[in-house]
Design a protein around this ligand. Structure first.
Ligand SMILES: [Zn+2]
Length: 363
């Protein structure tokens, strides 16, 4: 009896010890797991902050346009930069894609978008000793005589055409210009300032008519244009110019003003070939790249001056080229009032990257 009692006592004591050891081991395991968990948690908490903040500093200190491959960027929706700057998207027929949920004038003319820019939209400054002669307001009775001079010296130029002369049988001349390797850009359908600059809608209506006309006559969709009166609209575009410039860049069309002029728009000297020659050569020697001239009835002296300008400049090592839409329109030859608007519109565009030179110069 006494033995059984003693045995039961030892048995209970052994069980108590076993339970106590099990509890101690379990508590130790819980403590170890908790410590490991806390260490891992802290580690995880610290590391992404380090990477994350470094990434943020990088993306904010480098302008978006320098870090993007504009042709293939796939933006992460979590990136604030990506939300602000849409990726460059190609729509149908190799054109820039119209955006979604457009309203107002942005929704008008859904086919009026430029072709995807050449050179991936990377805009460049002119090569040294390169001159882009530009002829506004044609075609005209003087287009063939001008083409003959250009042929003689193998010079290429750019025409900014209007529609009024086309009714007089000059459509073939516009086509001939393109076939000969010259460029034809949009100037205006009506060229009536009071109409085209009265609203964005009115400007788009005029532009769309000329875009379709040039495309159907030449078979080439124009990529660039020149505002009648320049990007300041001859002083008639103050109310609407910012909206019009932004809208045209949004649709992928860039424009060119000029940084040198022959002076042939000025009635006092338009018939003086010597003065036109001197004005143009001075501009060329000042490193102007885009020279303003006209190709309409009455500008005979411009052609006379060109017969000396082209060979003389070529003898000095200058080349005459046609615009192709890859030249940076902000570099040096933009009107002061419109330059900041154009620069911002290009910087905001996913389709264009302004040249490093212009970035340095204009920010
Ligand atoms: Zn004009």
């Amino acid at each position: 009896m006494a033995n059984k009692v003693q045995h039961d006592y030892h048995d209970r004591r052994r069980k108590k010890l076993l339970i106590r050891r099990t509890v101690i081991v379990a508590v130790c395991v819980v403590i170890v797991v908790a410590i490991v968990g806390i260490v891992l948690f802290i580690n995880k908490l610290v590391q992404p902050d380090g990477d994350g903040s470094a990434a943020n500093v990088d993306s904010r200190s480098i302008p978006t346009s320098q870090t993007e491959d504009i042709s293939s960027e796939t933006a992460s929706p979590s990136s604030s930069d990506a939300v602000q700057t849409a990726a460059a998207v190609e729509g149908k027929d190799g054109k820039i894609a119209a955006g979604e949920n457009l309203t107002g004038y942005e929704a008008l003319y859904p086919d009026l978008y430029a072709q995807m820019p050449l050179n991936g939209g990377k805009l460049k400054v002119p090569e040294s000793k390169t001159v882009y002669l530009t002829f506004d307001d044609g075609p005209s009775v003087l287009t063939q005589p001008l083409l003959d001079v250009l042929d003689q010296y193998q010079a290429k130029v750019t025409f900014f055409d209007t529609a009024q002369p086309l009714t007089n049988g000059y459509q073939d001349l516009m086509k001939t210009c393109v076939e000969k390797g010259h460029a034809v850009g949009i100037h205006s359908y009506s060229h009536i300032y009071a109409n085209i600059y009265s609203s964005v809608e009115a400007y788009l209506d005029d532009f769309n008519q000329m875009y379709e006309k040039i495309k159907s006559v030449t078979g080439v969709a124009p990529r660039f244009f020149r505002f009648p009166g320049g990007s300041n609209g001859g002083g008639k575009m103050n109310e609407t110019r910012e909206k019009i410039i932004k809208e045209m860049i949004r649709r992928g069309f860039i424009y060119y003003d000029w940084d040198g002029s022959s002076g042939d728009a000025n009635a006092d000297v338009a018939q003086n070939a010597d003065t036109l020659y001197t004005n143009t050569m001075k501009a060329i020697h000042r490193d102007c790249n885009i020279i303003l001239m006209h190709n309409i009835n009455g500008k005979d002296a411009t052609i006379e001056a060109l017969k000396r300008i082209i060979p003389d400049a070529q003898n000095e090592g200058y080349n005459f080229k046609a615009l192709d839409g890859t030249l940076d329109p902000t570099h040096g030859y933009c009107m002061h009032e419109t330059l900041p608007i154009l620069m911002k519109a290009l910087n905001d565009s996913p389709y264009f990257t302004v040249s490093d030179e212009s970035k340095k110069k204009f920010g």
